[in-house]
Design a protein around this ligand. Structure first.
Ligand code: ZN
Length: 97
């Protein structure tokens, strides 16, 4: 993420919540990718990481609003979201790789 890497780890004992560990060694721990709600939980914890890394000052409610809004944006526009994600990934590909 930006100039700093944030590790993402899976822990099947996490239940329905995730955990963000702040700087200087930021990491996100979330439940299995197959658990219900995994996608929004991961997004929620990554928003905490962005908030921390860039010192935005989001409240917990602000993180929840962004989590729900961004999740709905992707969920309600699957075709465009996939195309956007594909284009973004291709734009960042190393042509020499
Ligand atoms: Zn939170």
């Amino acid at each position: 993420m930006g100039f700093l890497s944030v590790g993402v780890f899976l822990n099947e004992d996490m239940g329905d919540y995730g955990e963000y560990t702040a700087l200087p060694h930021p990491k996100v721990v979330v439940n299995s990718i197959e658990s219900p709600g995994f996608q929004l939980t991961l997004l929620h914890e990554l928003l905490h990481a962005i908030d921390d890394v860039y010192d935005i000052g989001l409240s917990e409610q602000g993180v929840r609003i962004l989590e729900q809004s961004l999740g709905a944006l992707v969920r309600d526009n699957p075709v465009h979201s996939l195309a956007w994600t594909k284009a973004l990934c291709e734009a960042n590909e190393d042509p020499d790789a």
